[in-house]
Design a binder for this molecule. Structure first.
Ligand SMILES: Cc1ncc(COP(=O)(O)O)c(C=O)c1O
Length: 339
């Protein structure tokens, strides 16, 4: 544990010792190999560079008070990566190979999993790309799968707190029948400018409306939206948002806590009726929202009058983190303990 200064960690890249790789050729994936190289040597005519054949995932491993390392819901990430592969005509990866790669990368870099007390974690980034020389616009014949990891600091350095978000009507992240439901690079390219603008204006994220009608809430940057009112957890149903694994988990925990759960379209005007709201994703678990500005329409929706985090968001956040760190029983079988 001596290599790292845990207190200075943010959400950035820190070099670890090893990454894990597999190569797809002639219809099959190779055995995993362990590499200490941080670079990828691929052909300049690879489809990932030209035609966006690129999918990735993001998940975390946590060290508990008991010293054990737990990886959160990795099978969900494996399934979502395959859904991404199907969406952009890439070779799918056997779920078992994905899971083996995750376990291997954590084991090989065990000393980079932050200690329990730091509130930090190990972020794991699986990546699948189309490679091999190809100029015509068609799917690659060869693919490379790489998993690396990097320790990341706690999202809320100054404590769990609310922040403001902004709706920009002049940007779309994904088309209604496009690639919004899968985790491919193109979606993120489309979100860079609005997110940069949002940050420059003091907002923590840009909220996207549905691209077709500009009426319903889609996503909050790289996170799903949820609102709470009348003891109900409400989250958007949309054909252009990523199915968040954190959101899926929070819906389950909300149900466990006796809340009703609704997945349905959320018209923008409804924002004003929520008692609490937040964005959810692997990075922060929950980013509570105090207000949302629709700047083009000159509207503001207040979601926390005094700026504090609401009681239900707090309970959901604490509950999910407690499961991830092994402080509370893993009643839904979400963790894989790395032996
Ligand atoms: C566009 C988008 N939506 C939602 C999420 C949250 O998903 P998850 O909870 O699986 O991290 C992410 C992050 O992965 C994302 O990039």
């Amino acid at each position: 544990m001596s290599k790292m200064d845990w207190s200075t960690l943010s959400f950035g890249y820190v070099k670890t010792d090893y990454n894990v790789r597999s190569y797809y050729k002639d219809g099959k994936w190779s055995e995993l190999t362990v590499s200490d190289s941080e670079t990828v040597d691929i052909h300049m005519a690879s489809t990932c560079l030209h035609y966006g054949q690129e999918a990735f995932e993001g998940l975390k491993a946590f060290r508990g008070k008991d010293g054990k390392i737990r990886v959160f819901r990795m099978r969900e990430n494996a399934l979502r990566m395959n859904s991404s592969c199907r969406g952009i005509a890439m070779a799918e990866l056997p779920v078992e190979l994905f899971e083996e790669a995750i376990i291997r990368v954590v084991k090989e870099n065990e000393e980079f999993v932050p200690p329990y007390e730091t509130g930090a974690s190990l972020y794991i980034r699986p990546l699948l790309i189309g490679v091999g020389a190809q100029v015509g616009i068609k799917a690659a014949k060869e693919y490379q799968f790489i998993v690396f990891c990097t320790p990341v600091g706690p999202y809320f350095k100054g404590g769990f707190a609310t922040s403001p978000m902004v709706i920009f009507r002049s940007y779309d992240r994904a088309a209604p029948l496009g690639t919004g439901t899968i985790k491919v690079g193109g979606n993120y390219a489309a979100s860079l400018i609005p997110n940069e603008k949002a940050h420059a204006m003091g907002y923590s994220a840009a909220i996207f409306l549905d691209a077709k009608e500009k009426k319903y809430i889609d996503e909050c940057g790289p996170a799903n939206f949820f609102g709470i009112k009348n003891n109900t957890y409400v989250t958007p149903a949309s054909s252009s948002i990523l199915p968040s694994i954190t959101n899926k988990s929070l819906m389950q925990l909300a149900e466990d806590m006796g809340l009703k759960v609704e997945r349905r379209q959320i018209p923008e005007e409804e924002l004003g009726t929520f008692e609490e709201a937040g964005a959810c994703g692997t990075a922060a678990v929950i980013m509570p929202i105090n207000k949302i500005d629709d700047i083009e329409e000159n509207k503001t929706y207040v979601l926390s009058k005094d700026g504090s985090v609401g009681p239900i968001s707090t309970k959901l956040y604490n509950r999910l983190r407690a499961i991830q760190y092994g402080d509370e029983p893993d009643v839904h079988g979400w963790n894989t303990i790395i032996e």
